[in-house]
Every structure is written in C-alpha cells, then in structure tokens.
Design a protein. Structure first.
Length: 134
C-alpha cells in the first residue's frame, strides 16, 4: 500500500496563486500576440486553470519534453517527443510548467524556441521543486 503523502498546499492556496499569476500575465501581455506553450504532461491542469482566468486572448500549443524516461531521476538529456505546431515568429511565448526542479527542461526549451524567432520567451511555473533550481 502506498503511503499517503503530506499536502503542501490546499486547493484554495493554489487557486489564489493561479488567479494572481493570470492577472499579472493579463497585464504584462495586454495587446500582444501571446502563445501559451504547455509542457506536457505535468502542466496540463495548471495551464487549463491559468487560461480560464486570463482576461486576454491567447493561442495555445503543446510540447512534450522528457528527461526522466522510466526513472524518477533526471538523465539531464532532454528529448522532445512532441513539438509545437504554431508559428511563433514575432509572437510572445510563455512556457507553462507545473514544477521546476533542475531547470534543464526549461533551459532546453528556451534555447529551442529562441531559434524560432519569437518576440520573446518567458516561463511561468506553479511550483519550485527541491532540485538544483529549487
């Protein structure tokens, strides 16, 4: 039987943080072409919650980047198993991740998307893990 893990943040705390982030993103990107790029699979719920609370129009796309394989320890080698389909040239890109641990995946994606000619690439992350970036 799996041991029950400790709850770090209750639903209301998470909801409040998502609303706060959505308000900030809406202000920062008002009047700009914004593409949210959800990092699958871990960020799907956070991305959906965030999108519902934005007051600005956005495009959405998905990328799947793997560094863990079947392990629970990162291999530090990032493999893109699904890339975005949206042309991001001249657009603002906001990578959406649920948790940042080592920072390797985001670093890889920043470099990858910068080569596609966006107006800018930033990230929003809900939680910070306990890895080197945490």
């Amino acid at each position: 039987m799996k041991e029950r893990e400790e709850i770090l943040f209750d639903a209301q705390t998470i909801e409040n943080k998502v609303r706060e982030l959505a308000a900030q993103i809406s202000r920062d990107y008002e009047g700009k072409d914004l593409v949210l790029v959800c990092i699958l699979k871990g960020a799907i719920t956070f991305t959906a919650d965030l999108m519902r609370r934005l007051s600005i129009p956005v495009e959405i796309d998905f990328v799947r980047a793997a560094s863990y394989g079947a392990s629970t320890v990162s291999s530090r080698t990032i493999t893109i198993t699904k890339d975005i389909e949206t042309d991001i040239r001249g657009k603002q890109v906001l990578l959406v991740d649920g948790i940042i641990d080592s920072g390797n995946t985001l670093d890889c994606l920043f470099k990858r998307f910068a080569e596609k000619g966006p107006a800018g690439v930033k990230a929003v992350v809900l939680l910070q893990g306990s890895g080197p970036a945490g």
